[in-house]
Design a protein around this ligand. Sequence first.
Ligand code: NDP
Length: 351
Amino acid sequence: MQVQKVVLNSRPGKNGTPIPENFRAEETILAPDLEDGEVLVRTLYLSVDPYMRCRMNEATDSDYLTPWQLDVCVDGGGVGVVEPSRCSTCTEGDVVTSVTWPWQTHTIMKGSGLQKVDPQLADGHLSYFLGAIGLTGLTALLGIREKGHVIKGANQTMVVSAAAGACGSIAGQIGKLDGCVKVVGICGSEEKCRVVVEDLGFSAAINYRTEDVPKRLKECCPDGIDVYFDNVGGAISDAVIAQMNNGSHVILCGQISQYNKDVPYPPPLSKEIQEAIQRKNITRERFIVLNYMSKADAALCELSHYVKSGQIKVLETVVNGIENMGDAFCSMMKGGNTGKQIIKISECRKS
Ligand code: NDP
């Protein structure tokens, strides 16, 4: 059968901004014969994520991420439906996900590498398995639970950067549910600020592109900051850390403002910020969601409950068509998304 795939066309270079032309869509022929243990899956949704920027480099300098190879099909988070199967654990019609899903409209995979999901957990919104009820939701929930030290009744203020993004939008809502009295978001547009406050229930939001972040943090967090869910690093995080309380906690989730720079992860802090962290006894431990997978099943059930009961609202930006993967990735890296950036590849019903 004829299928479409996306390969890595060129690398942006360690200090380059990725462009859609770094990716190339191609037609290819997929031999439909399955070996024992294999399934043919039709791709429904694909995910683009900030960590992929590092996979575009020749070397990732990370022990758990491999670089994508030039002219080879790119992979990442995906969800799809099983068509024919020669695997005893997968049957036709099953909805499955994987974090190594090829950017391809149909693909043959080992059934043992796929995770079966129950569509009911997401009320049929299968793209949520790449976001709120997938790794994104887990990152927000487990990041807060493992590193946030949120205590109900402790009158804590939380700040979230990239607050209108996939992880940030969920993290702020969980911060509230877990007991923070105030949750302040930092994001890159007026509309994003409006959405996090009016639609997601954040206490306040700061537009870092147009507002004086230190000044607005003082206004929005008069009692200082107790928990910081850090998605971005750089100057925004320096401004937040400068206003954190003694014994407060940074959840070091990501540092997207530094991903187009040739710096190690996590990027080194200035002497001044390092001193502030020490002086104020602030914890700032690196968080990697993949290290907490033993807690994933219970956490996914909790996220599903919150989403289905409306206690967590899910935001998505959906782009159609596998040929637009590169555009969607580059747009997300620059803030074009509100909520999880999803690419819809085919309809959920059988085509
Ligand atoms: P998002 O949906 O948040 O998309 C990225 C957002 O980052 C953009 O929408 C943009 O929003 C913001 N951004 C981009 N460049 C900058 C910049 N220079 N300064 C400030 N903000 C910027 O992506 P995710 O939710 O998937 O990821 C968020 C973070 O979480 C990333 O750092 C990622 O690496 C990390 N992560 C970590 C995991 C872990 O296990 N530790 C797992 C998953 C994600 P805006 O318009 O506000 O600028």
